[in-house]
Ligand binder design. Sequence first.
Ligand code: ATP
Ligand code: MG
Length: 371
Amino acid sequence: STKAQSSLTIGLIPADGIGKEVIPAARQVLEALPSDLMPAKIQFEDLDAGFELFQKTGTALPEETIQALKGHCDGALFGAVSSPSHKVAGYSSPIVGLRKKLDLYANVRPVLSAAGAKTASGKTRPIDMLIIRENTECLYIKDEELLTDKDGHKYAVAKRKITEFASKRAGQMAFTMALQRDAMRREVTLGERIWKHKPKVTIVHKSNVLSITDGLWRETVREVYESNSEFVKSVDIEEQLVDSMVYRMFREPEAFDVIVAPNMYGDIISDGAAALVGSLGLVPSANVGENFAVGEPVHGSAPDIAGKNIANPIAAIRSAAMLLENKGYNAAASAVYRAADKVLASGKYLTPDLGGNAKTTEVTEAVCREL
Ligand code: ATP
Ligand code: MG
């Protein structure tokens, strides 16, 4: 996170499908923030990217977009990209490109219960955890090989890379965010605090099996903790093997605060966690690097409902709040989270994915009125 400045420039990249509906919704909410909550003036810049753009122009992530983001934007909001069902020559996903170009090395996913939403189990449970997924390595280096042994039998091998460098910065981010969340809960005592304890970071690994790779991950994250006296004083740590992590997360999600995991485990845990709170249309994320963050709803471009004004805008609105939080505007971020919660809790403005019949624009306007 960075210190709040007096003006903030946000690049808006709606990209494809419902991205074109939920990103304008998020913008409208940011524009509705009163100045006592949001001291900085927000400037928006519309930027192009996406599969539809690729089909029109042959490029999915134009150089101008990258230059604008690197040059004068403080952060960005990304909608969604359509994934073509078959491999298209020359096309690669623009969000994956952005993560690389801007070195957004962690994917941060808050999993937050909402009073008005039904969960997978039908019950509403108080959940407020933050999953930090390392975003650059592990099995995602995609170093795979299909081979044949001397008897002609096929076998396949995948390499998994864990570096001290990436583990260190993921760890650093986890402890820093644990403190930041705690400060935000204290500073802005809005609503009921779900996590009432000392900040806690849970390190996920499987070093009983992968003692070298996960061993390096676990030791490096622990070292980050032990070498910082503020972390040691103000944050608790625990470890969970990834399998028991999943088991415990479903049994007692309220037992977790911040969770930090290597890429592949983080991917699996965070989709599982999204199921605990209901619709995909509720779950935000942020891609975070040293000086830059890109808010991005977890859902895709949802071609089945695109252009009908029925997409749930809450995930995008919450992603905008994450961006504010990352930039140090805690009061504004909290207000947006709370306004979204109130609209959900009232049950009056729910999109079809949550069993209602409200339009995207009606939900957005309701959130703006709450602000
Ligand atoms: P993509 O290839 O872009 O991921 P997809 O077809 O997988 O597209 P997703 O966006 O991943 O679509 O959505 C999966 C399902 O969840 C779809 O049926 C979609 O309509 C629904 N969905 C996703 N996001 C939302 C939302 N914001 N509001 C309502 N429904 C949503
Ligand atoms: Mg999808």
